[in-house]
Design a protein around this ligand. Structure first.
Ligand code: MN
Length: 237
């Protein structure tokens, strides 16, 4: 552990991290980017036109990421100021190599691994802000807003481009979509995002959610899956 700089007025916050499937090592986090509406059917269910307009991005706070434990469910407290907390299961890209204005043909070389995450959303707050033309921030960026599975490194997972991304709530399938139906591929997403910000190791990209988003309540048990990646298991307390 590095020694804190002696001039800090208080101890710096702990470094957020993700666990790694099959390893004791940890993946230190830097920033969290999310793609909006990357599956046509979800764009339609949110009242948007799923035409292939350039992807748009928003951020979640890095300390809102909750890493998967080695075993058992990740427990998330139901957040304040909402009566309509929604699940959005997403494949998460973990960046391992810095780059700006990355060509899509080179983009996958910047990926360290992949995980599954929930872009938890206070939908009632988001809808209210959207209606006023205000930033979504308080609908998307809050404490414990982003539980993420253990990461599976590219050396094991390869680069998943198809396969069923699924979310079950209390054993019932709520969301199901194929990665092949993403409007923007992982490589294209990295290429677009890196034109706006320089990506660096530790950055995460949530790649968008398939259709079927909906409310969750205290006591719900959520299980996300995609063949080849470590599963996601979250309980709402
Ligand atoms: Mn999302």
């Amino acid at each position: 552990m590095p020694t804190p700089h002696p001039d800090y007025v208080f101890a710096p916050a702990p470094q957020p991290f993700l666990t790694i499937f099959g390893s004791e090592q940890l993946f230190p986090l830097r920033r969290v980017f999310c793609v909006g509406r990357n599956y046509a059917a979800h764009a339609r269910e949110m009242g948007a036109d799923p035409s292939r307009e350039p992807p748009f991005f928003f951020c979640k706070p890095t300390d809102g990421v909750v890493p998967a434990l080695r075993t058992g469910a990740t427990v998330i407290a139901y957040p304040p100021q909402t009566n309509d907390l929604h699940h959005e299961v997403e494949m998460v890209v973990a960046i391992g190599k810095a780059g700006a204005a990355i060509e899509s043909t080179q983009a996958l070389n910047h990926v360290w691994g992949y995980g599954l995450g929930l872009d938890l959303t206070r939908r009632d707050i988001q809808a209210g802000l959207k209606a006023k033309g205000h930033p979504w921030e308080m609908g998307k960026a809050f404490d414990q807003c982003a539980p993420v599975s253990a990461l599976t490194p590219v050396s094991t997972a390869g680069h998943p481009a198809r396969g069923v991304l699924r979310l079950e709530v209390n054993g019932i399938v709520r969301q199901e979509g194929d990665l092949a139906d993403m409007i923007w591929s992982v490589a294209e997403t990295i290429a677009h995002l890196s034109r706006y910000v320089a990506l660096a190791p530790g950055d995460l990209i949530f790649t968008g959610t398939p259709e079927g988003v909906g409310p969750i309540v205290r006591g719900d048990e959520l299980r996300g899956s995609l063949a080849g990646l470590a599963p996601l298991h979250v309980r709402i307390a």
